[in-house]
Structures are given as structure tokens and as C-alpha cells.
Design a protein around this ligand. Sequence first.
Ligand code: G16
Length: 542
Amino acid sequence: MFRTVVTTPYDDQKPGTSGLRKKVPVFQQENYVENFVQSIFDSLDGFKGKTLVLGGDGRFYNREVIQVVIRMAAANGFGKVMVGQGGILSTPAASNVIRKYGAFGGIILSASHNPGGPHEDFGIKYNGENGGPATETITDRIFERTRTIGGYKIADLAPVDIDKVGTVLMGDMTVEVIDPVADYAALMESLFDFEAIRTMFTNGFRMRFDAMHAVTGPYAKEIFEKRLGAPDGTARNFVPLPDFGGHHPDPNLVHAKHLYDEMMGPDAPDFGAASDGDGDRNLIIGKGIFITPSDSLAMLAANARLAPGYRKGLKGIARSMPTSGAADRVAEKLGIGMYETPTGWKFFGNLLDAGKATICGEESAGTGSDHVREKDGVWAVLLWLNILAARGESVKEIAERHWATYGRNYYSRHDYEEVETDRANALVAELRGKLGTLPGTSVRGLKIVAADDFAYHDPVDGSVSRNQGLRVLFDGGSRVVFRLSGTGTSGATLRVYIERYEPDKLRHDLDTQEALADLIAAADEIAGIRSHTGRNKPSVIT
Ligand code: G16
């Protein structure tokens, strides 16, 4: 029933910021999926007889790969696979299931906010027993294994019916098909004041949630409409589709522009939100005001005690390095720890496990807490709702009061997508080479006080991660950061992060791009963006 299939290695299976992400045709090559899955299993110890959690965001190829992983898990000796019905589990829900049932780990099939379909993106990532993305030590081990792999183990068994909740035997292994929403919804009820939020909806509060035809649709229907009593129609685009309806399930101002336009319109609802392909990202827009992910982290942290799950206060806050410093000011006021990590949720795991941080966030639309070990889109929306219900103020009022108290961090990210890899690497190499000469010089009237290549020293396990982004810091606390994305699937994406701190209350209503104009020009001059990329403007501005 079990056999070992001889295979040869692929040389491009290096996990990026979040697992292995490639175009579907790449994954469809002979043994490509099997090689990577076996390399994951070969990099782990002690899973015989234990449980593997399995699910994905429902994108094209999800169902096929689910069956392959089940058959390989059986042949490799797992005792049980818990799989979401229909192959669906949002990334935070998978993290919760791993933790709740004490599973050995989990495999999540997703390429997050990237588009889906026969010629679009697919992805595989491994999460450990804490429910969080595998650490770099493990992903490095997996990559090493993919380079030498000579065979994989698979069971010759008929496909499991993953559409019916229940338990079936597969050889010696049990496969349990679970409701993907139930455990997650129960966790949310334990953290937030559902009663207060329900009352707010009863009193006419209007919300729009765009599931972008991705995984959060069923979660939104159950939680916002059924349990919280929001009117039918609050959740839009709630049926998960393999190609996300032909759109990018990326909750930003470009791909969720219709939501933004509605929220800026004359009859805007009180609150607008969206989540991405696998449900870990969030977009928050109030009536007439967009909240940047960096500001959202700061505002959620400042108000978290209003939610029952965080009433005892926060142990600390963590953010990725390119995320704005807005949350740092909250941490300072609360007298709690502040941690700055490289980009990638995997770096928060140790801080959360060690009880050093309670809330974490990233500029890339991710916010989460120690309730799971992934960022969590629906959680962020619920915390906002809980805060709105408790304060009885609008999103705009909350934001403006926050800035008045802490100052405002104007912030924007400029992405140059699908740049030729060689050209992007040349830009980074040249800038890295001259970092040492920058301090003390001025560009466009802005004085550079420091410049470095960010390295992270994990305070928990002592590991060091280098080359995590080039930082140029200016007098007065403004900065520009340059790094190459680790999640793209074609060419290179250059990300330029621009930030200015503005303490003056009278200057808190400027247009963001205007407030940052001199820094944007300085960034181009320092890094030679136009000459290296051949572009005269970014592909995406968020
Ligand atoms: C992943 C990571 C995040 C990261 C984001 C963007 O998110 O989990 O930590 O901030 O990618 O990474 P990059 O700038 O390297 O493209 P997701 O939602 O894509 O899984």
C-alpha cells in the first residue's frame, strides 16, 4: 500500500518570507509538490503517530494537493490528519486548530494575497506545534533537503471525501474532516465582547466586509452576520472561488478600491474592512478615513484593554522593522516592551511564546496577537469593532485623538513590481556598498544621521538574521527603508518604505504623499531607483 517513488531534486524550492510560492504550472511539474512535502517531513523529528493539520485558502490546485499531502502523511507515519472541510482553513484558523488539539504541526496551502488560477500562484508552508510559521532554522533545513532528495513516500489509497465532516480510516491513519469555522468562531467569542458589538449593530451601526472571494467568506458570514447580528449583505464576495473571481485577493487601496471609494462616499457605512486570500491580512477603513496598517497596530494596542481578552493589559508590542514607529510611542506610554523584527510573521513566534509580546503587526496589512501564532484578519476587524462599541466614537474620532496624543507617523510604501532580478539586485548591492558613506551627508536638504543593513538578534533563541533591509535615517526621525520582497513569484519587487513623524497637531491632516514628498525624492536620489529599475513611478502605492 505504501511505496517509495524515486525522484530528482528541483533547485528552486527555497522557502521565501512565507513558505514556497510559485506559479501553478511550476507546482504541476512531475513530483514538484511531492519533493517539497517529503522535504518538510524529512526535516522534522518525532511525528510518528502524531497529528498533522491540513487546509488551504481554496485556490486553484488546493484540492489536488490536499489529497497528495494526505497520502504522503499516511505513508510517512502520521497518526492522524485533521483537514478543513472542502480543503478550507484560513491561516489563523489553522494555527488555532494546531494549538487547540495539540497537533504536531500543519501544512497550509496558500499564496496569500497573490492571484489564483491555472496560471497564477500557489504556495505551501509548514507551521510548527506552536501554530506558527516554521522558523528559519527549519525552512533552511527544508531547502537543504530539497537539493538532495532522492525519493518520497506515498500511500496508494483512494481520495478522501473532504467535503463531508467526519472521520475515515486511511490505512493506519485517521483522517478527520472538520468544520473550518467552528473552533475559530469559539476562540473569537472568548476574546471579544460579542454582546456589546451585537448591541452596536442593533442600534444601526453599518459595516461592509469584503471577503474578496477568498477564505474569510464563511468566517465572516458566521461571525459578523450570524453571531453578531449584522444584517445580511454585510459580508460581500463571501463565496471562496479558486480564482478569487479573477481578482487579486489583496486587501489594499488598489485591489479593494471599490471598498475605499464606498467608504469615502456620501452614504458611507460606519466601518469598512477586507481580508486577503488566506485570511491573515486586514484592511481597515472608517467613514472618510483610511487607517494605515502601522497606525492600526498602534491604535489597537492603545485600546486593547477595552476587549475582555486583553483586559489584563499587554506584555509587549512587536512590529516588523519597515512598519512605522507609531506603535513604539504606545509601548513607551504603556511602559511595556517594544520589539523590532525582520519582515515575516515567523519572527514573532518566539516573542509570543516567551510572553514578551501580546500584540504584533506589520505594515503589510497584518496584525495579530498571542491568541494564535499567525496574523489574523478577522481578529483585527473584531478588535476594532469591540473598541468602537466600547468607545462609542467613530473611527475618525479615534484616529484623530490618537494622533493628538502620540503624534502622527505619516507613512507610505512604494512597490516596484516585476523588476528584472539582476537590476533589482544591482540597486541593492550598490546601496549596500555606500551605506557607510551616507551619515553626515544631506540629500534634498535632509540630513542623514545613520544608515545600516538591518540585522535581528532574536532575544529568545539568540539566532541572528542579517540583510533584512537597508535603512536610511534622517535628522528628526524620518526614514526610508529599501528591501526586496520575499513573496513575489515573478521577477523582483522592490519595496521602498517612507516615514515621517509629525508631532504638531495642526499638521495632522495633510495628504500623505505630499507630507512625504521630499523623502520620496530623496529615496530616489539615494538609491537611483529610476536609473536601476527603468521605471519613473511605482507600480503600487499603499
Ligand atoms: C507574508 C509574511 C509577512 C510579510 C508579507 C510581505 O505575508 O507573513 O510577514 O510582511 O508576506 O512580505 P514581503 O515584503 O517579503 O513580500 P502573507 O500575507 O503574504 O503571508
